[in-house]
Design a protein around this ligand. Structure first.
Ligand code: GLU
Length: 449
């Protein structure tokens, strides 16, 4: 059975790149009728916080993701300690006593000689009593087998990494805390729910080389790995929680549709697009890791607006209600083609509120608008009387305005004083919707001192 997982650290809001990884794992399990696990990697006690953890649940739920199981690493210490003991018993974890300063000095010496700064394993050769006698507490490194690790990556194809390029990783720190590298392997190989596929960022490729050896050392099968290229922002910078990259909260705040966000994230960096996207199942059906490129895809937030716009264009007022309960059903068809976000719907709904106050007109437009108002009052007395004639009467009024102005300057000041926007529904329909009284009020207010 396919079992995937998303394993965020609750140290900040999820950014778009994190959301993408969660989504890809979820979609892959959906495609294979498998299971999806949410694992909270909270072993870093200092930086992890419950508030971020709750935000992670909310963000993933907002995107439409559901998980079959969730757990925190902090509740599984006993399992990790068992694995630590197992590795010690096999002689695969060895104690080290060097201070950070000593390690740094060694590093500098290696660099000065033009050598890569890889840990020289001197702790292995030390007299076994010297360390304990120093009074220092040990930390424990995993003894890597220097060999080429090769695997068939779901995304990258054949991959290889020689572990001689790596320092033996510290799995148990001096304060007894454990490295993610080990905890993750213990969790991924849990016999109750063994992870079959680990889909994560390409920044984890070296970790994969190490973790493959950990899987082997703990005598459990290794999952299939898939490393997707990391996303960068529109200007090519790496996304980061700390640097305020677009996060789930921003996308929600803008009012983009979650399915549109999912579509953009699922297709980012691939050569494929799902034609009719009505639900996450559609995206799951078309997910194909062989179509993922190896270059870093750039994420421009305008993609979310475009994708949302396309979905809004197909939605009925009833569909929109799920996201915007107070939608004005008669008005929706008029604005539908303009809308890219819930924020824009909100803005239009403020505009059609009769009490909305528009902006003052530019001085050069004032006489024109004053004249338009007078014309409306004097030449169109029955505009409110006969509804079936209304649209054609508004068209006639607009036609008469052409006597005064031509081109964009004919309608722009009108739209501005009626809606404070340069674009919107066709003017006759908009005018009919607002009604003569409101139109007159707004024209008047736009030219009042
Ligand atoms: N907590 C790790 C991270 O956020 C998980 C990496 C993994 O998927 O193994 O980078």
């Amino acid at each position: 059975m396919v079992i995937t997982r998303f394993a965020p650290s609750p140290t900040g809001r999820l950014h778009a790149g994190n959301l993408r990884l969660a989504l890809l794992n979820f979609l892959y399990s959906l495609q294979h009728q498998g299971k999806f696990i949410l694992r909270i990697d909270d072993t870093d006690q200092e930086r992890s916080c419950l508030q971020h953890e709750h935000a992670i649940y909310q963000d993933l739920q907002w995107l439409g993701l559901r998980w079959d199981l969730s757990f925190r690493q902090s509740s599984r210490d006993a399992l990790y300690q068992k694995a630590v003991q197992n590795l010690k018993d096999q002689g695969l974890l060895y104690p080290c006593y060097e201070t950070l300063q000593e390690l740094e000095e060694k590093r500098q010496q290696q660099l000065a000689k033009g050598l890569p700064p890889i840990y020289d394993r001197s702790a292995l050769n030390q007299d076994s009593t010297a360390g304990p006698l120093s009074g220092r507490k040990p930390y424990w490194r995993f003894l890597l087998t220097h060999q080429e690790e090769t695997w068939d990556d779901l995304v990258q194809g054949p991959c290889h990494y020689h572990t001689q390029h790596l320092s033996d990783p510290v799995l148990v720190r001096q304060d007894g805390s454990l490295s993610y590298l080990l905890c993750s392997v213990v969790d991924d190989q849990d016999p109750a729910h063994p992870i079959s596929h680990v889909i994560r960022g390409a920044d984890h490729i070296t970790n994969t080389a190490i973790q493959r050896q950990l899987f082997a050392a703990l005598k459990r099968p290794c999952p299939v790995f898939g490393h997707v290229s990391l996303v960068s922002d529109a200007s090519g910078h790496k996304l980061s929680k700390r640097q305020g990259s677009t996060c789930a909260a921003d996308l929600q705040g803008e009012g983009f549709l979650p399915l549109a966000v999912a579509k953009v994230l699922a297709e980012l960096g691939t050569s494929k697009t799902t034609k009719n996207t009505f639900c996450l199942q559609d995206l799951a059906r078309d997910l194909d890791f062989s179509a993922f490129g190896l270059a870093q895809p750039r994420l421009d937030s305008c993609l979310f607006a475009q994708a949302s716009g396309k979905l809004f264009a197909k939605m009925t007022a009833q569909d929109v209600k799920a996201f915007f309960p107070s939608i004005n059903e008669a008005f929706w068809p008029l604005i539908q083609g303009e809308i890219h976000s819930l924020k824009e719907i909100q803005s239009w709904h403020s505009v059609i509120d009769p009490s909305w106050q528009g902006p003052k007109a530019n001085p050069e437009d004032q006489d024109y608008l004053r004249w338009a108002g007078t014309l409306l009052k004097e030449n169109f007395p029955d505009l409110n009387v006969c509804e079936s004639m209304e649209l054609s009467q508004w068209k006639n009024w607009l036609k008469e305005l052409k006597q005064q102005r031509q081109g964009p300057e004919l309608f722009r000041p009108l739209r501005q004083s009626l809606t404070a926007k340069d674009h919107g529904p066709p003017l006759p329909e908009l005018l009919a919707f607002l009604g003569k009284e409101v139109v007159q009020q707004r024209l008047k207010a736009a030219v009042q001192d």
